[in-house]
Design a protein around this ligand. Structure first.
Ligand code: NAD
Ligand code: MG
Length: 298
C-alpha cells in the first residue's frame, strides 16, 4: 500500500531506527553520500494545497531538513528559491528536479551566508527569480563538534555565529521590506537550545539565541502582519551529522535515546514548517514547535 504523511501509522515504526555506520564527509556533507540514505519525503509527502501560490526562500535547501521542506512546500503549491553552498550543487539539482516534478518553479541560489553581502544578494535574487517572496525559511546551519574548549578556535566560534545567527538577522532584515502582510518567517533552531551537548557549546548557544530572536522579532513584526516562528528538531538523520556534527563514535547510536527510540527522518520535520508558513497558523507567533521524538522541552 502506498502511504503518505497522513496515513494512520505507529510513529515508533513509521521509519526504521537507523544505526548508521561510522562515516565521515568533509563539511558541508552531501545527502547523495549519506549511509543510510535519508528520507526527505520524495516518495511519501502528499500536498493538500496549503501553500498554493506562495513564494518561499529556503536556506540550506539542498539536503536534510531544508530539502524536505522544499519538497513539501512545492507539493503544497509554492514556488521556491533554494540557497545552499556551491559544493552542494549535486544535492541541489536533485531537489530542483523534485520541485519541478511537482509543477513548481525552483530558483537555485548558491552562496555563502557567512558573507554579509551575499545575505542581501540572496534575497534580491529570490525576489527577482520568483517575482517576490512571502515566505522565508532560515534553515542553514553549521554544527562542528569539538570535545574541549582548548581546541575550539575563534574562527569556528565566529563562523558558527555568522551562519546560525547573524545570517538570520541579515537575511530577514533584507527580506522584510518585500514581505506583504500574511508573510511568514520560520527559523530552524534545535533541542540543543535547551539541552546543550558538552561538545557543541558554540552551536547549542546559537540555537538558544535563535529561539530568543524568534520571540522578540515575532512581537515586533506581528503588527505588520508578518509572523515569525521556529522549529526545534531533535536528532534527525542528515549530512550535518557526518560532517563533524557528531563525534564519529556517536553515529551508530544517533537518536536512539529519544522516547520513540529512533532518530527522525527529514520528512517528519516538513509538516511543522508547512503549518507555520500556512495561514492556518495565523494566531501562532513567536512559537517554537518542538519536533524531537518526545524529549521534554520548555
Ligand atoms: P544539512 O547539512 O542537510 O543542512 C544544513 C545546510 O546548511 C547545508 O545543506 C548547507 O546548505 C547549509 N549551510 C551551512 N553553512 C552554510 C553557509 N555558510 N552558507 C549557506 N548555507 C550553509 O543538515 P540539517 O540537519 O538538515 O540542518 C538543517 C537545520 O536543522 C540546521 O539549522 C540545523 O542546525 C538544524 N537542526 C538539525 C538537527 C539534526 O539532528 N539534523 C537537529 C536540530 C536542528
Ligand atoms: Mg547540504
Amino acid at each position: 500500500m502506498h502511504t503518505d504523511q497522513l496515513t494512520f501509522t505507529d510513529p515508533v515504526t513509521r521509519f526504521p531506527s537507523v544505526t548508521p555506520p561510522t562515516q565521515h564527509q568533509p563539511e558541508p556533507g552531501l545527502d547523495a553520500e549519506l549511509t543510510p540514505r535519508a528520507d526527505r519525503g520524495e516518495n511519501s509527502y502528499r500536498g493538500t494545497g496549503r501553500l498554493e501560490g506562495r513564494r518561499a526562500l529556503i536556506t540550506g535547501a539542498d539536503s536534510g531538513i531544508g530539502a524536505a521542506v522544499a519538497i513539501a512546500f512545492a507539493r503544497e503549491g509554492a514556488d521556491v528559491a533554494l540557497n545552499y553552498l556551491p559544493a552542494e550543487e549535486e544535492d541541489a539539482q536533485r531537489v530542483r528536479a523534485l520541485v519541478e516534478q511537482a509543477g513548481r518553479r525552483a530558483v537555485l541560489l548558491p552562496g555563502d551566508l557567512a558573507d554579509a553581502e551575499f545575505c542581501h544578494q540572496v534575497v534580491a535574487d529570490a525576489v527577482h527569480g520568483l517575482g517576490g517572496i512571502d515566505a522565508l525559511v532560515n534553515n542553514a546551519g553549521k554544527q562542528i563538534a569539538v570535545e574541549s574548549l582548548d581546541d575550539l578556535t575563534d574562527e569556528q566560534w565566529q563562523e558558527t555565529y555568522d551562519v546560525n545567527v547573524r545570517a538570520i538577522y541579515r537575511v530577514t532584515k533584507a527580506a522584510v521590506p518585500h514581505l506583504e502582510p500574511g508573510s511568514t518567517v520560520v527559523n530552524s533552531t534545535s533541542i540543543q537550545a535547551y539541552q546543550p551537548s558538552a561538545h557543541l557549546i558554540d552551536y547549542a548557544s546559537t540555537k538558544a539565541a535563535i529561539n530568543n530572536l524568534t520571540k522578540g522579532l515575532g512581537q515586533q513584526l506581528a503588527p505588520r502582519g508578518i509572523r515569525v516562528n521556529a522549529v526545534a528538531p531533535g536528532p534527525v538523520w542528515t549530512p550535518l551529522q557526518v560532517s563533524d556534527g557528531q563525534p564519529k563514535e556517536a553515529l551508530p547510536h544517533f537518536g536512539k535515546s529519544t522516547p520513540l527510540g529512533r532518530a527522525g527522518q527529514p520528512t517528519e520535520l516538513a509538516p511543522a514548517y508547512v503549518f507555520l508558513t500556512s495561514s492556518e497558523s495565523s494566531f501562532v507567533i513567536g512559537e517554537t514547535l518542538n519536533v524531537n521524538g518526545g524529549t521534554p522541552s520548555p
